[in-house]
Design a protein around this ligand. Sequence first.
Ligand code: VG1
Ligand code: CO
Length: 543
Amino acid sequence: MSHTVVKTKPIEGQKPGTSGLRKRTAVFMGPHFLENYVQAIFDGTGGVAGKTLVVGGDGRYFNDRAIEVILRMAAAGGAAKCIVGQGGILSTPAASHLIRKRGADGGLILSASHNPGGPDADFGLKYNGGNGGPASETVTAEIFARTLDIEEYHIVGAQDIDLGTIGTSELAGMTVEIVDPVADYAALMEELFDFDKIAALFAGGFTMRFDAMHAVTGPYATEILEGRLGAAKGTVMNGVPSPDFGGGHPDPNPIWAKELMDVMYGADAPDFGAASDGDGDRNMIVGKGAYVTPSDSLALLASKAHLAPGYKAGLAGVARSMPTSGAVDRVAKAKGIGCYETPTGWKFFGTLLDAGKVTLCGEESAGTGSDHVREKDGLWAVLLWLNILAETGQSVSELMSDLWGEYGRCFYSRHDYEDVESEKAHGMFGDLRDSLAGLAGTKAGEMTVEWADEFAYDDPVDGSHAAAQGLRIGFEGGGRAVFRLSGTGTVGATIRMYIEQLELDASRFELPAEEVLKPIIEAALELSDLKAKTGRDAPNVIT
Ligand code: VG1
Ligand code: CO
């Protein structure tokens, strides 16, 4: 078989963001783009000679073609073995588990997560290390550096590997093992959760809907919920992965998972609803007419995780990303366990999980996970909820009322301004950053600023420093607004504004969040002058 060395040169725009590199599909399919980035990953991680890699993706358009290229390049680089999900399918958490279980050196996951897929939408590729987690800041920087000085890539000429058939074959001296993408993951879930108890819940008439949003969790949810736990057929909706996710955004929030929300807020709503994203690492939880914010879900899981067999010894500690609400902090404090505040992105949880400092972690963007893998895990969160519902016999809204009664309610919302002109977004951001030092004491509408800063993080395990991780404004009365620029968008810039207010007065727990948060939203808009500086009247997405 021929081994070709292709002369190439750096391609602009190959800087990985919050979670790998995401671009328009057409860009990824352009001449040498994918090849250059794959070679940069290989070179940036010390080459692949003799290594074992896990490869799989969320099934979006170009997934299978890209995998064939990656396999030919891994073979050219002298990799010993690639373990590939059948049909090219692996959810992000299942890939993380497979890397760990098989002792692989790392993995390549093809996904742009919750971004839409298809020829006119987005594609992505991320590298995970031997611990199963997203590449650290250091590794990411190394990969990016290689994209800037690349001169050649290596690829073998070969027939396509049949990704559809389970079994082992050879590609230019490299072993290719095609595995069932669900089996190992489902077995891990059976270890962590009381499947008998959850099955008894379903047998007793408990009903649920899981919206796989035409994305990767379809086969996982169908096998686990309907297959192993005996939930009624039809519990999983939109369960067949499609290359363009049925034309939708596979983003589990009340806006994009509207079909599920309508079911959960309609007559005859089932007891429990959940959804996951493109690559299966996010989750949305909703009870009968009761949406649970991701920050609240993290707090609830932290307070009750010990009810599931995998967590019966209790939690070592918890971690949340900075923009996530402080609800989980209050649970951790009451339990007397450690609580860490990290920058946005799962890579920052890795060192804490590896060091055994935390068991559970989560983000406001619908990501929750634990030390069972090194990624957030959508279906895992759903199963932990089910285990808790089965053990307590309470409904979702009863559980949430109890949680608020005990710890207070953190009202929370995120406003996304997508596709803002990059220059304007950075301009607004820079101006706000410059003004932070003088903000304390400033009045904006009903609110008075108490403190303001730019979040930076020193990793307590490896000592690494992450600067410029978001602008924070704290108000008198404990409210908070945070501004960040997204690292996962593919067009223009996305400004995220996160608003939070802790409420301890139980008579206000049932108020609409918009009403409670209005003064902070108005103050944050005034202080940032966002509307005038970006020319945008309103956010595109409010979650
Ligand atoms: C977003 C979320 C962040 C999450 C990241 C990857 O990043 O805010 O919390 O970790 O997506 O999630 P950003 O930089 O756009 O705010 V996923 O499900 O895309 O792997
Ligand atoms: Co995702």
